[in-house]
Design a binder for this molecule. Sequence first.
Ligand code: 3PG
Ligand code: MG
Length: 403
Amino acid sequence: MTAITFMKTIDSLNFAGKRALVRVDFNVPLNDAFEVTDMTRINAALGTIKKILGDGGSVVLMSHLGRPKEGPADKYSLRHIVPAVSKALGVEVLFADDCIGAGAYAQSAALKPGQVLLLENLRFYKEEEKGDAAFAEKLSKHGDIYVNDAFGTAHRAHASTAVIAKFFDKSARCFGYVMAGEIGSIAKVLNQAEKPFTAIIGGAKVSDKILIIEQLMNKAGNILIGGGMAFTFVKAMGGNIGKSLCEDDRLETAKDLLDKAKARGVNLYIPVDAIIADQFSNDAAIKASDIRAIPDGWMGLDIGEKTVALYNEVIRQSKTILWNGPMGVFEMSHFENGTRQAADAIAEATKSGAYSLIGGGDSVAAINKYNLASQVSYVSTGGGALLEYIEQGTLPGVQAVEG
Ligand code: 3PG
Ligand code: MG
C-alpha cells in the first residue's frame, strides 16, 4: 500500500472572481416523489461549495445520478435534487438541463460571484463512463479551476473524475474537503492506527471482500466476519448451513483466507451462532441455531446472541475500528439485532476514545437508522471507492488531480 501523499485542497487557492467546476457525488437515493431520502452526500459537499462562494467565486456543480443506460431519462435527472441542494446550502441553485452545449455554456459563463449552477446528469452521455477525452474537454469549459470532491465516484476512471484534470493547469486543479476528509480518515485507520485495530466486515459475498480482507490482514489484529458471507466460511470449515447464502465457488478462497489469518497471527472471527428462518421474510418461522448445524430448509439471516457478545467484547476493547457491511438482514426487524449491536458497540468504543470509520452503503444506512452517525468518528460517503482505496492504495480520481 502506498503512503498517502499530501493533498492539495481548495484551501491553497483563492477563488475570488473565479468559476470553480466542482465534481461532486450527488448520486443520492430518491423516493417515488423524487425527494432525496439521504442527505449525507449533499451535506458533505456544502463546506467545499461555501468556501468557494465565501472567497467571492462561483460554482458549477457536476455529478452523475444512477446508471442511465439510454441517454436522458427524467427518472435520473439531477433537476429533482435542486430544491434539496438549495435548501441545504441556503443559496438558490440554478440548473442547466444539459451538461455541455451552447445553452449550458451560456449559463455557466453568466454566473456571478456567489452563484451556483448544477449541470444535468453527466451519464446522459455515454462518453462520461467511457472516460472520453473530447467529452472531458467540453466539460472543462465550464470552469477556471477544477475541484474534485467526488470521493464516492473516485474509483471510476470516468471523464469527469479522472480525465478532465489534464485540461487544467496543475495550479488550477485541486481536491475539495470531502476528498481530503475521506482520504485523511482512511490514512488514519491504515497508517496511524492505534492498536487494537478491529475491522468488521459484513455483506453478502466473500468474492466482493477477498482483496480487502487480505489487505486488512496486514493492518488489523482482529477481523470480525458477519452477514451473508459468513456462511461460505462456515461451509468451508465443514459446517451445515442449510439453505443459507453461499458462494460454492469460493469455498477454497474462504479456506485460504482462514489459513492466511492463522499464519499471520490475525484473529479472523467467524460467527458461532445465527438467527435462522425458514424463509427470507420478517414473518418467517425464526429460531436460534449453532451456525455449524443449521437444519436443511433453514437459512441464517443474522448473527446470534453468542456471536454478538463475542464481537461486542472485541469491539469495545478496540482503539481503531473500520466497519464495512452489516451483520445480518438489518432491513427486517427480526434480523437486525447483530447489526444494531455492532453499531452500538462501535459508538461506545468511540466514546471511550477509539477512532471509528464507517464506510459502505449498507453500514452507513445502518448507522443512520440507529441515529449513531454523530457518535462515530467518520462516516464515509463512499462504498466501492473506500474498498478500492484500501485495496489499491490509490484511486483514479485521486491520481488524475495529483498527476
Ligand atoms: C456510488 O454510489 O457507488 C457512486 O456514486 C458511484 O456510482 P456507480 O457505482 O454507479 O459508478
Ligand atoms: Mg456503486
